[in-house]
Design a protein around this ligand. Structure first.
Ligand SMILES: [Ca+2]
Ligand SMILES: [Ca+2]
Ligand SMILES: [Ca+2]
Length: 264
């Protein structure tokens, strides 16, 4: 009897060890998360960061609603989320979200790197990457559409109130408080999605690219916004939450100095 039990015990021991080691692999340890990138520059740094951040949990699009309620929660009002462009604090409740389809005051899921600027949809993966998703008022979101990011144009006035965003025929200028946040999201996307992925997203100096091209501008403006609006507490908290939910981090929130090592 004892002889029969031993292999079973060994099997469970090996299984348990294997299970815990694979769990650790799924989420890289925060302490040495960037060890392979330290000391690197330019394209070597970009490649190293890509390897570090590419493994993550691919969420279904339906899970994004609840995830955004955690990542973009209003620090002063726990029942609310902060909308990225308008800055409005609105209820997390389902009635305030996309369910009320005829209501232009509800919030929905904005892709900062638009779906059509890379031809991706909302199936798990690139289209549901939580780093790239933010809550926004339906009609503010629609006005931003697929525009590139740059400065200039007139203030966008939504039926729900004036915003501090500007737009013209080819670009969108977000309010000052989130310009750097948006730049760092786009830096993340350009590094996370490379040639081995379904889309290789890259930043460009040109605006008004036609739909379907995997480029977003304007790089020099994004670099300026990164300097003018440095990493803040809201972004840091959001990065931690996404790390918990999705298992990867935005390197440009953790190491803002790496932006100029990659894009000059
Ligand atoms: Ca609205
Ligand atoms: Ca900011
Ligand atoms: Ca890329």
């Amino acid at each position: 009897m004892i002889l029969k039990k031993k292999p079973l015990f060994l099997f469970f021991l090996i299984f348990t060890l294997f299970f815990f080691s694979s769990c650790q692999k799924a989420q890289k340890n925060k302490e040495n998360y960037y060890s392979e990138a330290i000391g690197k520059k330019g394209s070597e740094l970009k490649t190293a960061l890509h390897e570090i951040i590419r493994e993550h949990q691919k969420l279904p699009y339906s899970k994004i609603w609840d995830a955004l309620c955690e990542t973009d929660a209003d620090p002063d009002l726990s029942g609310n989320v902060i909308l990225v462009y308008s800055g409005w604090s609105v209820s997390k409740k389902w009635e305030a979200r996309g369910k009320a389809s005829g209501n232009n005051s509800y919030w929905n899921r904005e892709h900062i790197w638009p779906k059509n600027r890379g031809k991706f949809e909302t199936s798990p993966g690139i289209g549901t990457d939580l780093h790239n998703l933010k809550p926004e008022d339906k009609t503010v979101n629609a006005k931003r559409g697929n525009l590139d990011f740059d400065e200039g144009g007139e203030i966008y006035k939504d039926p729900d109130g004036e915003t501090e965003n500007r737009f013209d025929e080819d670009s969108w200028e977000p309010r000052k408080e989130v310009r750097g946040d948006i730049a760092r999201i786009l830096f993340y996307m350009a590094v996370r999605y490379e040639s081995e992925d379904s889309r290789n997203l890259e930043l460009t100096e040109t605006v008004n690219k036609s739909g379907g091209t995997p480029f977003i501008g304007k790089l020099s403006t994004l670099l300026k916004w990164h300097e003018e609006d440095p990493v803040d507490g809201f972004e840091k908290k959001r990065n931690e939450k996404i790390y918990q939910i999705q298992g990867n981090r935005n390197p440009f929130i953790d190491h803002p100095e790496w932006v100029k090592e990659i894009w000059k």
